[in-house]
Ligand binder design. Structure first.
Ligand code: FBP
Length: 553
């Protein structure tokens, strides 16, 4: 009764595995490659990970399975923001584990890392797993953002793991969660627990990728979902010809999601945070850049358009970051109470004016009042401004409106400007996984079990060559320490997986850069439509434009 026809049909879908994993468990052998080094700071990372550093990269091949027979009891968690395909990672893991030995056990720890700390889990069986095959969401066991990083936490996890007889833990998460997976693996090895730890690369933001991990799962489905909506909006804009639509898309920091959506839909404007930072653009320069397109189109009679704004944009604007830092300082400690006690906005405004440097106050002063107030209303538990809550789509449309009013007064702009605002984020995180994500995720999970079975720890499940058909995908594993470097986090130098930002000399940005001038002036909209699950492979199994451009030989 509660199952839609599509969900019912998706239960029947058989995800595609890489060719080398299709021969049955008995026919999967391992091939070890070269020893690895971290991407930077080798000596420091090696010293911090003496038991797991420098291990060999590995690939699986067709051949006699030589892994030692051992009953496996595996614990799995989902960590961080939802991403389409998470359920299939668990399904792939479960199927490989049961195909190896039906007495093997898979425990799902609930609510993310908290589940491991609280020893709160469910044991999966066929009926349980079958209800989640090829579905979106993380509701199978839930997720959470608790960071597993202290020795005390690791000791609790190790104790709970021993209590349940766990032989391995699989962490499905982003760069932070997999950094923690590497540290947990090192702890487990250093303390001779015999418990292995394997990671799987997740995040719709697309910023967990490198020379080994070609894409994080969920990026494909989420960007296809947003692109469908943006394409529909473009068509509406082109039909009514009376609105500019400002569309903010998720991506906490990197602009991969915005860039992919732009490549899919060819909007008039797409801001890229990494470019804004590299060119040290000011808010006024960004505003002028958008206003130039609105003016040129308006003067041609096209009083409509679409602009994509990445969620993390304001933190890439140097003068805005400086302003945020000064506000955090201004309201540190008891000064928040002093500020909150002021009787009205005018008194607060004067307090701010007196507390900021002249440079930062001039930035503050050009912001629309609702953004000025947002900066002081929305604070995180540490009292800092919550930058992700700033409605940057409204910020830029308001600033463009003000700029156009000036241009109208000067007689250069002759058009009309009406704006609509959208934020696409949560809409895409739990969509039914595309065929690509369903296949990729299932393969990552299946492969994670092969890594466990062959005794590896501190590895990320790796499936590569993914711009090609699944038959040609290459399954294997990479030591997580290979992706690490030292970074300053909260005043301390820490070993972390390097976050992948948009590369301004990479093929996806270069393509965008070569076309955006034309897109800004003309109407070159592209309408991708909804994700297709059934039909010809060239429609249903297509992956992202980003991946296609990055992998184009
Ligand atoms: P992950 O990095 O954990 O995958 O989450 C990314 C993300 O989806 C961002 O795009 C977004 O800024 C954030 O999660 C929102 O988080 P929350 O679900 O806590 O509101």
């Amino acid at each position: 009764m509660n199952i839609s026809p599509l969900q019912k049909a998706r239960y029947e879908y058989t995800p595609k595995l890489p060719g080398m994993l299709r021969q049955g468990i008995a026919n999967i052998c391992v091939k070890e490659g070269a020893e690895t080094q971290s991407v930077a700071d080798q000596d420091k990372i090696k010293a911090l990970f003496p038991n797991t550093y420098g291990k060999k990269e590995i690939t699986f091949e067709k051949g006699q399975n030589t892994s030692a027979a051992k009953k496996q009891v595996v614990g799995v968690i989902l960590s961080g923001g939802q991403a389409p395909g998470g359920h299939n990672v668990i399904c792939g893991l479960y199927d490989a584990l049961k195909a190896t030995d039906k007495d093997n056990v898979l425990l799902g720890f609930k609510g993310g890392p908290d589940g491991l700390l609280k020893n709160d889990y469910v044991e999966f069986d066929d009926e349980f797993i079958d209800a989640y095959r090829n579905t979106g969401g993380f509701d199978i066991i839930g997720s959470g953002r608790t960071k597993l990083e202290t020795k005390e936490q690791f000791a609790i996890v190790a104790e709970n793991a021993k209590k349940n007889g766990l032989t391995a833990v699989v962490i499905i998460g982003g760069d932070d969660s997999n950094t923690n997976a590497a540290t947990l693996a090192e702890y487990m090895a250093a303390n001779n627990t015999g418990i292995q730890v394997i990671g799987c690369p997740k995040t719709i933001d697309g910023d967990l990728k490198n020379e080994d991990i070609e894409a994080s799962f969920g990026f494909d489905t989420a960007t296809k979902t947003y692109s469908e909506l943006i394409g529909n909006i473009e068509r509406d804009a082109n039909s009514a010809k009376k609105y500019w639509h400002f569309v903010k898309v998720m991506g906490r920091s990197a602009s991969h999601v915005a860039l992919e959506c732009a490549l899919e839909t060819q909007p008039n404007i797409c801001l890229i945070g990494e470019e804004v930072a590299a060119k040290k653009m000011s808010l006024a320069e960004i505003t002028n850049y958008i206003a130039d397109s609105v003016e040129a189109r308006g003067n041609n009679g096209d009083n409509f358009g679409v602009a994509i704004i990445p969620e993390g944009i304001v933190e890439f604007v140097p003068e805005f970051s400086k302003l945020i830092a000064e506000i955090n300082e201004l309201l540190a400690g008891s000064k928040t109470e002093e500020f909150n006690a002021l009787p009205d906005w005018e008194a607060k405004y004067n307090f701010i004016k007196a507390g900021l440097t002249a440079e930062s106050f001039s930035v503050f002063d050009i912001l629309p009042q609702f953004v000025q107030q947002q900066l002081f209303l929305e604070r995180d538990p540490h009292g800092n401004v919550q930058v992700s809550l700033i409605e940057s789509e409204k910020l830029f449309s308001e600033m463009v409106k003000a700029e156009l009013a000036k241009r109208k007064a000067a007689g250069t702009y002759k058009g009309k400007f009406g704006a609509q605002h959208h934020f696409f984020g949560y809409e895409g995180r739990c969509a039914f996984p595309s065929n690509f994500d369903a296949d990729y995720c299932y393969s990552l999970g299946y492969n994670a079990f092969m890594l466990i079975q062959y005794g590896y720890t501190g590895y990320l499940s790796k499936v590569s060559n993914i711009a090609r058909p699944a038959e040609e995908w290459v399954a294997g594993g990479m030591p997580i320490t290979k992706m690490m470097n030292m970074e300053r986090r909260n005043g301390e130098d820490k070993p972390v997986i390097r976050k992948a930002l948009v590369e301004l000399d990479g093929a996806p940005f270069k393509y965008f850069e070569a076309h955006r001038k034309q897109w800004a002036l003309e109407t070159c909209f592209k309408y991708p439509g909804a994700i297709q699950y059934y039909g010809p492979a060239e429609v249903c199994d297509l992956t992202t434009v980003t991946l296609a451009l990055e992998q184009a030989k």
